[in-house]
Design a protein around this ligand. Structure first.
Ligand code: ZN
Ligand code: ZN
Length: 169
């Protein structure tokens, strides 16, 4: 069991078992969102690192009342869950998705699972090194791993937390 927390420690999330995978996202939405958070979440290359976890293997164990949903636009199908106690982003999730993408910044420095690939590099803000596979969008392997996780979950998508607040205007 791994427990990750917001910057101040008031909100905590338990992650049971290994992640589906870890990745570094270069899409414009992740970059735009990062600018709205008080806690830094991007790498020097402007990518955002995430650890993807099955929803049935993730549970908020502390500070649920601090959590709020943030969307880049009213009709966005992606929401980012932010701990309002310290304005630290906790995770990202897609509407109907069976996994959450936990911000790697929630782990102590250097302790998050190392990314296996970069995704959405067609949106990257600069040149990327080739130390990891660079997928222009989402690679087939990436989608396959997500699908396999969903099979193992019996095609369910249980909620991770009861988030009632929203940061949108
Ligand atoms: Zn906090
Ligand atoms: Zn992204």
């Amino acid at each position: 069991m791994t427990t990750v927390t917001c910057s101040c420690g008031a909100a905590a999330l338990d992650l049971d078992g290994p992640p589906i995978l870890a990745a570094e996202c270069h899409c414009t939405s992740c970059r735009a969102a990062a600018e709205r958070f008080a806690a830094p979440v991007t790498e020097p290359n402007s990518g955002t690192r995430f650890v993807l976890q099955r929803k049935d293997k993730a549970k908020v164990v502390k500070g649920e009342a601090h959590l709020a949903s943030f969307r880049l636009s009213d009709d966005a199908s992606t929401q980012r869950i932010v701990a309002t106690c310290c304005n630290a982003p906790m995770w990202l999730e897609f509407k109907g998705g069976h996994w959450i993408s936990v911000y790697a910044a929630r782990w102590p420095q250097g302790e998050a699972p190392r990314p296996e690939l970069r995704t959405m590099t067609k949106d990257a803000s600069g040149t990327l090194s080739d130390d990891l596979p660079n997928a222009k969008t989402q690679s087939a392997g990436f989608m396959g791993r997500l699908f396999w996780a969903w099979v193992q979950m019996g095609f369910r998508n249980p909620p991770v937390a009861d988030v009632r607040r929203t940061l949108n205007d």
